[in-house]
Design a binder for this molecule. Structure first.
Ligand code: ADP
Ligand code: MG
Length: 694
């Protein structure tokens, strides 16, 4: 339950005076529909309205404020003309221009000879200083009515800065005097004020320094947000550590057999992560571990080795892939090895039905099947294992902590390994996967061929086609042709791919195939099959081939409008052509105009194949949500903290969270209670729920 001290902040925006249904809708498009959402909506700039220049010093386009005397009124001579009022200070004249004319009120407001304080943007027009519709007109007797410094907020259509400025005092008035959740020593060391004071400083900046993400007030709030994030993940993590699991430690007979049948030696990195996983499996609590390893680093064999550990104990295991194609591919490659070492493996996907499905279910419940491969269909209710003990989830980095919690409810007592080929920067590992243990394969098997990556303007399409024709005629080469992803609309995506398919068919005829996300699974599989066996030479696709597909002769990849893809995504795509026997080529085709950032991003792809380097750069250039492909779901977005500037705060928060929980694992001390409020304030309640779950 949310503590009552937070109720005023978690009320709907409509409870503010002056906010009706319409305004509420606009605001929720801007930041959210609770008052607290507006609290996190920080100014991005400011306007200095202090009167410290005379008119003869003013610059075109700048905001100017000052005292002026009214000289004369010039009413319009025709309907098209504006109303003008000439005013002056000791140095210069200024013309106030009004397009909307209420002559009487202007006469009342600006009596000739009187002094007024005006503030607004200066424009030089026909050699005259002019100000269109002053932002403020204030009596000289009440200069305090002109705000000296005005915050400028990010806006959306229908919401003006004035509206937000008017609203903010109401919002800030709802902020309670929270009991401090940070230790005095932390505040002192950093020179931080209380939460409330810091918020006021952020919303009422006094200088441009106060807008910097690294000013003390913003750092304090960013730290609060990061601490809430790290604390909640650490709670979930320690919960896992205290959840009863099985101690899984086989005698090694199957693993030895596997090694005897393997044509290669495991890399050092593979051996290390296998050891890490196995020692975690051997412990009595439940394992929840993330395994990160670039495309081609050999995660499958790691999964198999550790699954065999469980099978040696007479336990069952499951491996789950995101698509049927990938599940099938896993099954095929694993089945070949399993048959050699006498391990029972089966495939279960949505398209396996009827007798066949029933047969598998029967063998599953009897315990005959050791390893079950499938999609998320593995977790439907009628799939019952005899003794499932270990689940491997492949390529599911888009899972948030909430989904992971849900999944672990289904696989009670099961150890769980999540594998991903998306190189995730360290900061994102901490913020998104901080609830899990972590292993990383940081070495590729020896002898991998490089991929030569080049950039080409899309207007060179014909040259690319003829080069492709030459290649295909003179070698075994096969090619992927990836069409742009237009996130807003799957339809547009699709039509781009279909169009390119038709267009390439004119040149290449039957050698071209097409796959896309809207195809039926069976249809898709059929095309993939024909590509695998070489009937199809050029596979046109949308990003459905993003993960996992393995075709050794495919050593060429052409990506259209590469500038529209995330770097992590391009890296994944490029990984597809790394599995071959030959050196490969990747052509990044771009459209005009190409922005400087876009060019820089594509250049990174040309310069390096190191996924981790690429992902760190991607994070710098685009932000976390993009790296993980979760911008839409928003799960990786912080409201205040910005990992490209606050990473050192994150590391500090990570350590701090650990310290706090060591001292007070259930957050029961007085400070612990205050920290619970912090968790609720930043909507990290999932962690506290795990306390309640017992
Ligand atoms: P990914 O990590 O992308 O899932 P895979 O597990 O599919 O990579 O492995 C890619 C290829 O590398 C497979 O053909 C696999 O057999 C091979 N491989 C894995 N480990 C090694 C190794 N230590 N030495 C040589 N080849 C390996
Ligand atoms: Mg894989």
């Amino acid at each position: 339950m949310r503590p009552s001290i937070l109720y005023p902040l978690f009320a709907p925006l409509e409870s503010l005076s002056g906010v009706g249904k319409n305004y509420m809708r606009l605001l929720s498009g801007l930041c959210g529909n609770k008052i607290v959402d507006l609290l996190w909506h920080f100014p991005s700039s400011l306007i200095d309205r202090r009167c410290n220049l005379k008119l003869n010093m003013v610059q075109n386009g700048k905001i100017w404020s000052g005292k002026v005397r009214v000289v004369e009124h010039c009413p319009p001579k025709s309907k098209k003309q504006p109303y003008r009022i000439v005013v002056e200070d000791e140095t210069e004249q200024l013309i106030l221009v009004f397009f909307k004319i209420y002559a009487q009120s202007l006469l009342n407001n600006f009596p000739v000879g009187k002094e007024k304080i005006v503030s607004g943007k200066i424009e030089i027009f026909n050699n005259c200083l002019t100000m269109n519709h002053p932002d403020y007109v204030v009596d000289v007797s009440t200069p305090e009515k002109l705000p000296e410094i005005e915050p400028v907020y990010p806006l959306t259509a229908g919401v003006t800065n004035k509206m937000l400025i008017k609203l903010m005092p109401q919002v800030l008035a709802r902020v309670p005097d929270f009991p401090e959740w940070l230790e005095q020593s932390v505040l002192e060391k950093n020179g931080w004020d209380s939460f409330k004071k810091s918020l006021f400083k952020v919303h009422y900046p006094q200088s441009f320094d106060d807008l910097e993400p690294n000013c003390p007030a913003r750092r304090r709030l960013a730290y609060d947000e990061l601490l809430a994030n790290q604390l909640s993940l650490a709670i979930v993590r320690s919960k896992m550590k205290h959840t009863q699991g099985r101690s899984i430690a086989g005698d090694g007979h199957l693993r030895r057999k596997l090694m005897e049948n393997l044509e290669f030696e495991l890399t050092k990195a593979q051996q290390r992560v296998i050891a890490e996983i196995q020692s975690d499996m051997a412990a009595k609590y439940r394992m929840s571990r993330l395994l990160q390893g670039d495309v081609g680093s050999g995660k499958t064999i790691v999964a198999l080795m550790t699954m065999l550990n469980a099978v040696e104990c007479g336990l069952q295991t499951a491996i789950m892939a995101p698509t049927e194609i990938l599940a099938k591919q896993h099954f095929e490659s694993l089945a070949e090895i399993c048959s050699k070492i006498g391990v029972e493996i089966a495939l279960l996907t949505g398209s396996i039905k009827g007798k066949k499905r029933e047969g598998i279910l029967t063998r599953l419940i009897s315990g005959e099947i050791d390893i079950l491969v499938g999609t998320h269909a593995l977790f439907t209710d009628d799939v019952v294992f005899k003794n499932l003990a270990y689940i491997v989830i492949d390529e599911q980095h888009r899972f948030g902590v909430n989904q992971r919690l849900k999944l672990s409810e289904k696989g009670r007592f099961c150890d769980c390994l999540v594998m991903t080929a998306t190189p995730i920067p360290r900061t994102l590992v901490l913020t998104q996967f901080g609830d899990m243990e972590y292993s990383k394969i940081d070495e590729l098997p020896a002898g991998r061929k490089p991929v030569v990556t080049s950039m080409l303007n899309l207007n060179k399409l014909n040259e690319v086609k003829s080069a492709l024709m030459h290649k295909i005629k003179n070698s075994q080469t096969q090619a992927y042709w990836v069409c742009p992803l237009v996130e807003e609309s799957e339809k547009v995506d699709l039509s781009a791919a279909c169009e390119r398919f038709e267009n390439l068919k004119e040149t290449f005829g039957d050698m071209v195939g097409l796959v896309h996300g809207k195809m039926k699974e069976a249809e898709k599989n059929q095309v993939m099959e024909r590509f695998k066996n070489g009937e199809i030479k050029i596979l046109v696709s949308t990003t459905v081939i993003e993960v996992g597909v393995n075709v050794p002769n495919a050593t060429l990849m052409i990506i259209e409008h590469a500038e529209r893809f995330g770097l992590a995504q391009l890296h994944q795509l490029r990984g597809r052509i790394k599995r071959g026997f030959e050196a490969s080529n990747c052509v990044l085709m771009y459209g005009y105009p190409l922005s400087a950032v876009a060019r820089e991003r594509l250049n990174i792809m040309r310069k390096t194949e190191d996924g981790f380097e690429i992902s760190e750069k991607d994070l710098e250039l685009r932000g976390g949500g993009e790296v993980l492909g979760t911008k839409q779901s928003g799960f990786s977005n912080f409201k205040i903290a910005d990992l490209s500037v606050h990473s050192e705060l994150l590391y500090a928060a990570n350590k701090h969270a650990e310290l706090i929980l060591n001292r007070d694992p259930e957050l029961r001390s007085p400070q612990g209670q205050n920290l619970r409020t912090l968790l609720y304030l930043f909507e990290r309640d999932e962690a506290i729920k795990t306390y309640n779950a017992g």
